[in-house]
Design a protein around this ligand. Structure first.
Ligand code: 13P
Length: 251
């Protein structure tokens, strides 16, 4: 059975003190309750170690939002997957559209990052999704297929089963415009179909596929009720415990 996952992506928000306060508040809010999904928080790099030490990481997984495409060495300013692992983090968000767009991350770079993340035993949360022009031209399926074919579809079946996919249409990120439940379900169902074509039905059924883009406390329950939507990658609404917990409780 695939897992339901609610993952927060804090992006470049929260000082260390604010981030610690947010994480400990979330930890307290979830303590003692049975959860119907895995919970992940994607913090800035410099918060990873402190946040991991301050929360119950068996209940809340910690994610980095990126990693270097090299294992170690003279790459000033970069953070390797082994460093991320040493903080206690278990996940790495990779291929977010903001990184593809603002930091020129190509499929070749992402292939290196996915491989390094898997080699350290961490879980990539691999993002894909189209821009508004692509959606308006009704080319979203071909676009997402190509993004996956250039990257994670080159993994072995064994490795592919270790990743989580997040579909985030760029036009829905931070805009307040959520993909309609039908648009999200249709695209996620399509992604599951092409995973089945590539790796077989069993692996497709076992892959967690998340929706991201203006997912919030109000729309989460309807989105998560869809057969192919296994959870959410949450930006803005992960920055407030009340909102994020409501999304977790939508499962
Ligand atoms: P919002 O939830 O703020 O739209 O962001 C989605 C996102 O990009 C998560 O990675």
């Amino acid at each position: 059975m695939r897992k339901n996952i609610v993952a927060g992506n804090w992006k470049m928000n929260k000082t260390l003190q604010e981030g610690l306060a947010l994480a400990t508040e979330l930890n307290a809010a979830l303590a003692g309750s049975e959860l119907n999904c895995d919970v992940v928080i994607g913090t800035p790099y410099i918060h990873l170690a402190s946040v991991s030490a301050a929360i119950d990481t068996t209940k809340i997984g910690v994610a980095a939002q990126n990693c270097a495409n090299k294992a170690s060495g003279a790459y000033t300013g970069e953070i390797s997957v082994s460093m991320i692992k040493s903080t206690g983090a278990k996940y790495v968000i990779l291929g977010h559209s903001e990184r593809r767009e603002y930091y020129a991350e190509t499929s070749a770079i992402l292939n290196e990052k996915v491989a390094l993340t898997l080699a350290e035993g961490l879980t990539p949360i691999y993002c894909c999704g189209e821009a508004l022009e692509v959606r308006n031209a009704n080319q979203q399926n071909a676009y997402v297929k190509n993004q996956l074919e250039e990257t994670v579809f080159n993994l072995s079946a064994d490795d592919f089963q270790k990743i989580v996919i997040a579909y985030e249409p760029i036009w829905a990120i931070g805009t307040g415009v959520t993909a309609s439940t039908e648009q999200a379900q249709d695209t996620l169902a399509y992604i599951r179909t092409i995973i089945a074509e590539k790796f077989g039905q069993e692996i497709a059924e076992g892959t967690s596929i998340l929706y991201g883009g203006s997912c919030n406390a109000k729309n989460a329950a309807e989105l998560f009720s869809q057969p192919d939507i296994d959870g959410g990658l949450i930006g803005g609404a992960s920055l407030k415990v009340e909102d994020f917990k409501a999304i977790i409780d939508a499962f």
